[in-house]
Write a protein that binds this ligand. Structure first.
Ligand code: ADE
Ligand code: ZN
Length: 323
């Protein structure tokens, strides 16, 4: 951070981005043409089209389906990290979904091997450091999420350092996924779960109680419950806040309604993230610009970067080097 800062740019880091959700429409169109897949229903005029969370997930699934081989995923990770590095990012974690790869006919081990190659290529090209968080997809049910956890727990993917829960928060209860999280915890993986995005504070509380993650994906709707906010601050829970995603999905109607500034004021550990950048027409740099727009000063914005590195699922030597 200090070295990047001396270089003049605002160093950035993010913890919450879905690799399939980071696929640019041009890249998806190129792969779709090669495999003869019709994506005209989800990409128009070079942009993704969808209208609510459910149709967003369907567009995301179809876009994912065009990536079929190890090399496709190496290219995707390198493209994503190269874009981040060009914006000034020094560290990034992204979510990887073995279920999406399996649905495209690619075994999870080949998927992660390809993505790992992309991470290494990006590191050589720009110096950006990255790690992967295997996610289970909540709306596929507890068995699928446990299968993802068992895969993540295998000790043969050194760049997989975390496990998480993504997908439709409106399905099931956090307790349904306790076994999956126990498997991941016992394997020494960092833990995060999406909550407090589509559902309210009760969902965040139940997630903390049942799954005991150190980080919450989104968590913004915790602001509706002061008692819960006190718990988040007291327990040092890190919030992976994604303002552009929240606005695009209509969780909040406009920038003025977004609770980023209030969350920071509570003393909670906040990070800034892009979630599914081209789907939501955002970038990590846009997220930092959003923070500036709502009145968050440069020192606090730099604090988001430090917070992300402090909360990163990364070895201590790398963390110290990045800080
Ligand atoms: N998968 C991809 N993006 C997501 C989001 N914003 N919430 C839950 N699951 C997701
Ligand atoms: Zn997400």
């Amino acid at each position: 951070v200090a070295r990047a800062r001396r270089g003049g740019a605002m160093p950035m880091a993010e913890l919450h981005c879905h690799i399939e959700g980071a696929a640019h429409p041009d890249l998806v169109l190129a792969h779709a043409a090669r495999h003869g897949i019709d994506v005209s229903g989800i990409i128009r005029d070079g942009h993704y089209v969808w209208h609510d969370f459910t149709s967003f997930l369907a567009a995301y699934d179809l876009a994912s389906s065009v990536f079929r081989g190890e090399a496709d995923y190496a290219d995707l990770a390198a493209d994503h990290l190269g874009r981040l590095a060009a914006q000034g990012a020094i560290y990034a974690e992204f979510f990887v979904s073995p279920d999406h790869a399996s649905n495209a006919g690619l075994p999870p081990a080949a998927y992660v091997a390809g993505l790992s190659r992309g991470i290494e290529r990006a590191r050589e090209e720009s110096g950006i450091e990255a790690r992967m968080i295997v996610v289970g997809v909540r709306h596929l049910g507890p068995e699928a999420v446990e299968r993802a956890a068992r895969f993540a727990a295998e000790p043969r993917h050194p760049l997989v350092t975390g496990f998480g829960l993504a997908g439709d928060e409106r399905t099931g209860t956090p307790a349904d996924f306790a076994r999956a999280f126990a498997i991941a915890r016992n394997a020494g993986l960092g833990l995060t779960a999406h909550a407090g995005e589509l559902c309210g504070p009760e969902s965040v509380r139940a997630t903390l109680d049942a799954l005991k993650p150190s980080r919450i994906g989104h968590g913004v709707r915790a602001i509706e419950d002061p008692e819960l906010v006190r718990r988040i601050v007291a327990e040092g829970i890190v919030l992976e806040v994604c303002p552009g995603s929240n606005l695009a999905l209509g969780i909040y109607p406009d920038a003025a309604a977004h609770p980023l500034k209030q969350l920071v004021a509570t003393g909670a550990r906040v990070t800034l993230n892009s979630d599914d950048p081209p789907f939501f027409r955002t970038t990590l740099a846009d997220e930092y610009a959003f923070a500036a727009e709502v009145g968050i000063d440069a020192g606090t914005r730099l604090g988001f970067t430090r917070q992300a590195i402090e909360a990163a699922f990364v070895d201590e030597a790398t963390r110290r080097r990045l800080l």
